[in-house]
Design a binder for this molecule. Structure first.
Ligand SMILES: C[S@@+](CC[C@H](N)C(=O)[O-])C[C@H]1O[C@@H](n2cnc3c(N)ncnc32)[C@H](O)[C@@H]1O
Length: 213
């Protein structure tokens, strides 16, 4: 794979919400490895039962990757009108995330007092809250979530005690787990997905089943 991806933070200003954002697809492609970009088409035929129009999503160890969760949401849950995303990282990557959004043509509004940017992604209003913290320190304060998203975090979270159970406890009944590693021993109703969506070949999408008394 002869492709390198460079990130350089710019001081981007919030230009406000724009429901008619035009995503610059060439620029977007430049932020994703070609093979990964092509593999995203594999999501087109996956159906997941989540009837909600407003959801919350947690993405620990997000790094600068704002694009994958947005594309997963767009393809897997096209009915969602509002998505409240919590991105948690131990490094301050918020400036880079805003630079990527600006680069690809997404105009956003910003609330600097609480690290939230809001923008339209296709038909969905996104409210993205960046939390600068270790996920293990943040998790006790996290409200229950509809969707958990994980990518390229396997090595880091292997060192966090009881990680998978603590995450599962934060997912609402009938909530969805999307991860490129682990969670095979958890009590999830899994949906068949191509393993190749994960660079570890471990892709898993599962539904946390409601426990009936
Ligand atoms: C390999 S990068 C993956 C980034 C992104 N998920 C992706 O797919 O491009 C791992 C990220 O996890 C962050 N990280 C490492 N340990 C962490 C922790 N305990 N809590 C939160 N973030 C952590 C790092 O700062 C880094 O941004």
């Amino acid at each position: 794979m002869n492709q390198a991806i460079f990130y350089e933070e710019r001081n981007v200003t919030a230009k406000g919400l724009d429901p008619n954002n035009k995503i610059n697809e060439d620029k977007l492609k430049s932020y994703i490895f070609k093979e990964d970009y092509n593999n995203l088409n594999l999501l087109n035929n996956i159906k997941i039962p989540l009837g909600k129009e407003e959801i919350s999503l947690l993405y620990p160890g997000c790094g600068v990757d704002v694009l994958f969760p947005l594309i997963y949401l767009e393809k897997l849950f096209p009915q969602i009108k509002t998505a409240n995303l919590t991105f948690v990282d131990s490094e301050n990557v918020f400036g880079l995330i805003k630079t990527v959004l600006d680069d690809i043509g997404i105009s956003f509004a910003e609330n600097k007092s609480n690290n939230i940017v809001s923008f339209h992604w296709k038909n969905t209003l996104i409210n993205l809250n960046f939390v600068l913290n270790k996920i293990e320190s943040h998790l006790p304060n996290q409200e229950p979530i509809d969707i958990y998203f994980e990518k390229a975090f396997r090595i880091m979270r292997d060192n966090i005690p009881n990680y998978e159970n603590n995450i599962l406890n934060k997912i609402k009944p009938n909530g969805i787990l999307i991860s490129d590693s682990g969670f095979t021993e958890q009590n999830l109703k899994t949906i068949e997905v191509p393993k190749i969506l994960s660079s570890y070949q471990e892709m898993i999408i599962g539904i946390k089943e409601e426990i009936k008394e």
